[in-house]
Each structure stands twice: as C-alpha cells, then as structure tokens.
Design a protein around this ligand. Structure first.
Ligand SMILES: [Cu+2]
Length: 464
C-alpha cells in the first residue's frame, strides 16, 4: 500500500513523533454493514442488536456505550442565518429513507470527509448557501485539521501495521518551488503535460473524487465518490496576482507574534487574528484581512495550481497531509509561546460549528473544537523540529563532559587548531572537485486555474 511514500525523509521534511503514546480515544469500528438499511436508520436504535446482556449497545459487556450528548446553547455568528436547517436528508436520500453507502478506500473516506465538511448547504429547490464551512475560515480551522490528521494517521497505522507511523511534514518556509514534487517523493511533473504527474510517480495512477462542487450543487446532490480523473498539479504556475510567493520565515514569525487567537467577526475578514493570518486570509506582514490575496496556508494550496487549489477536493492530493502537518506545527508553536487558557478559544458567536463546545463535523465519536486547543504534547505527539532538549540529558551527559573539558582545555585548544587547518585544506580540495547545480525545470507558464471557467474563484476559499 501507500506506506513507502509516507515515510519519506527529506531535507525539508520531518516527522511527527508520538513519544507519549496516543492520548485520544479512537473508535475502532466503522458503521456496521448490517445496519446500512432503511429500517435501521429510521428506527434509530442500537445496531446490530445485542441480545447477550440486554444492555443498550452491549454496554455491560464493554462492547460499546451510550452517552448523553450535551449540546451547547451558545449562539453562532451571522454568517449562516438559518436555524433548524438540516440538508443531510434532502432529495438524494429521500428524507433519510434511502441511505447511500459506497465501497471506498480509507484514503477516499478522508477525502470525502474533507469535502463534506466544506461543501455548500443545499436549502431545497435550487437554493444553495455558500457561506458555510465547518472546518475553514473560522476558529475551528486549526483544531479541525489537527483532529483530521490524527484520525488519518491512526488509520494508516492500522492499514500498514506500522505502529510507529507518523505523518511527515513539509517545511515550506522560504521555499521557492515544490521541492517534494519529485518521483521519489510526492510526484514529479509529467514530461508532456505540465498539469499532470509524471508516469514514473506512484501517484500518477490515483483517481480523484469530490472535485466538482458546482456540478453537485446544480444537481442538488452529494459527492458519491465516483472517480473523476487523475490528480492535477502544476506547482508554481498559479495566478501570481493572487499568490506571488510561498510563505517566508518572517511571515511565520509575524503570525506567531499575534497575541489574539481569533478576533472580530471570527471569519475570513478578521484582522489581527492568528488563525485568520495563518490560514491565509490576512496579510502576513500586517495581520489585516485581504480579500484579494491568498497567503500562508492558502498560498500553498493555490501554488499547487490544481486539485489542491479547490477546498472541497484538496485532500485528494497527498501533499495535503504534509502541508497540513506543517500548518499544525505552526499552531503548536503559537500554543507553546502564548500558553492560552481554554477561555481564549471563542465560546460563542463564531460561525456555525466553530464555537468552543461545538462538535466537529462530521466525526463520530464526538470531539469539540476546544478539546484540541491544547499542546500536541498533551495529545501525545510532537514535531521533530520543535523538540526541546531534555534537561536530564543536559545534566547527565553534557554537564560532566563540560567539567572534564575545563580540566583539559589547553590540550583541546591545540587539537582544534590542527583540526581547523586540516578542514580548510579538505574544503579547498572538494570545492574544486564537485559542483552542485540545480537544474531548472522547464515549466509551462499558463496558470491552470485561469483556464477553467467553472472555477469561480482563484482564492482558496469555499465560496465567493
Ligand atoms: Cu481543509
């Protein structure tokens, strides 16, 4: 399976690690096939029936448990002005009586979940509400993707049997091009078609799903997981007026200096919001919202200029995982620097689904946004480039060494002088023998997204 590519080591990549074990509880079961019937869905009773001990869900035997759900009454923001609207059972599913199930891969399940959380709401008739997204453009953006990656990572562990698997990250600070876009890693460019992956890449045979949001809207249906063609990627040939470059180290430093996690209307127009600036709707040098530019996290999506550039289908491209792992590491840096209390995460008036106690759509078991507003260390994982030296390591190994060194320093100084001279001679020799050259790939200059008239926006956002 796809394990090999995920264990890449690269100069600009690193690994998340889980030295502390997994702290979140994950359900090991999926929706049981035996329960995928109209009758079971309509009766809303535990399924399959458990006659063993007479308790609901076999609770007494430790088979599962029923829990009361406490729903928060905190009001949501004005972005979604409807109440009691639930479009999950419209048309296609005949008010819930015609459930739709499909055999798909684990990877596609995650792609679908990301599509589902960001899709437009079908209000009935031909009415569509676009200003809604349960995972983007609001405070839940960071906790949601954090949970999403943890669950995905867990599934890959089960799938591959590799208990130690962690999602790698791509450190794209100051990158000038997609340096992981090679056949060895996430796929190089096709020699004849700059929008496609090289045939030598493992990923060139992958089919994408859920990439045609306008089509689903016009038919008032949900994405059903039908293959929709190969991955599209044309890194670096994006519309430069919207995204001129990838994020710099200075951009990230500025983001991290913002003291407010969220601000103002808590959506894509928020100023001086850490979340909005890191997501990429605000200028990373001023913190002021800018509707015409895609920066930071959004810039990477736009830069990939293809499947990654439309929110709903973006998780089809495996670069999504490496990108979001790095975004999560910046969130983690902010949490470690500012050490916010839970109260810093907005309790009320955030866009629908984004309040502190809102359950994150569409995960079962349920998790709240606020549950992931804590250090990754408390969730059981860390980033290699953020790891702090262990104080006991210093005490046990470095300190005694330094003590020894002070006693023999004249001798060490002599050795250092001789060593430096030898290194200088070697460096002179090797600079004559080697020459490192970076070959520039020929790239077609047409921005892909400009050609497609069904893309109604060149910004990475779920609507206009
Ligand atoms: Cu996303």
């Amino acid at each position: 399976m796809a394990a090999d590519w995920l264990s890449v080591e690269h100069q600009n990549t690193g690994k998340r690690s889980r030295p502390l074990g997994v702290a979140i509880q994950i359900s090991s079961g999926h929706f049981p096939r035996a329960c995928a019937s109209t009758k079971n869905l309509m009766t809303k009773e535990c399924c399959p029936p458990w006659t063993g001990d007479g308790s609901p869900c076999g609770q007494l035997s430790g088979r599962g448990s029923c829990q009361n759900i406490l729903l928060s009454n905190a009001p949501s923001g004005p972005q979604f002005p409807f109440r009691g609207v639930d479009d999950r059972t419209y048309g296609q599913m005949n008010n819930g009586s015609t459930p739709m199930f499909n055999d798909i891969t684990i990877y596609d399940l995650f792609v679908w979940v990301h599509y589902y959380v960001s899709r437009d709401t079908l209000l009935g008739g031909s009415e569509i509400w676009r200003d809604i997204d349960f995972a983007h453009e609001a405070p839940g953006f960071l906790p949601w993707h954090r949970l999403f990656l943890l669950l995905w990572e867990q599934e890959i562990r089960e799938l591959t049997g590799d208990e130690n698997f962690t999602v790698p990250y791509w450190d794209w600070r100051d990158a000038e091009n997609c340096d992981i876009c090679t056949d060895e890693y996430l796929g190089g460019r096709h020699p004849e078609n700059p929008n496609l992956l090289s045939p030598a890449s493992f990923f060139s045979s992958w089919q994408i799903i859920c990439s045609r949001s306008e089509e689903y809207n016009s038919h008032q249906v949900l994405c059903d997981g039908t293959p929709e063609g190969p991955l599209i990627r044309n890194p670096g040939n994006q519309d430069k007026t919207k995204t001129s470059r990838l994020p710099s180290s200075a951009d990230i430093e500025y983001c991290l200096s913002l003291t407010q996690y969220e601000a103002g209307s808590m959506d894509r127009t928020a100023n001086f919001s850490f979340r909005n600036t890191l997501e990429g709707f605000a200028n990373p040098l001023t913190g002021i919202a800018d509707a015409f530019q895609s920066s930071m996290h959004n810039a990477l999506h736009i830069f990939m200029n293809g499947t990654m550039s439309q929110v709903q289908g973006s998780a089809n491209d495996p670069i999504f995982l490496l990108h979001h792992a790095f975004v999560d590491s910046i969130f983690e840096q902010w949490l470690r620097r500012h050490r916010p209390l839970l109260a810093v995460y907005p309790e009320a008036n955030a866009p629908i689904g984004h309040n502190r106690d809102s359950y994150m759509v569409p995960f079962i078991p349920l998790y709240r946004n606020g549950d992931f507003f804590i250090s990754s260390k408390d969730l059981g994982y860390d980033y290699s480039y953020l790891q702090e030296p262990d104080p006991s390591f210093y005490r046990n190994y470095i300190e005694p060494y330094l003590e020894q060194a002070t006693k023999i320093w004249p001798w060490l100084l002599g050795a250092a002088v001789v060593g430096a001279a030898a290194a200088a001679v070697l460096a002179g020799l090797s600079s004559r023998l080697c020459c490192h050259k970076r070959r520039q790939l020929q790239e077609e200059q047409q921005p892909l997204l400009m050609e497609k008239d069904d893309y109604h926006s060149m910004l990475y956002q779920s609507h206009l």
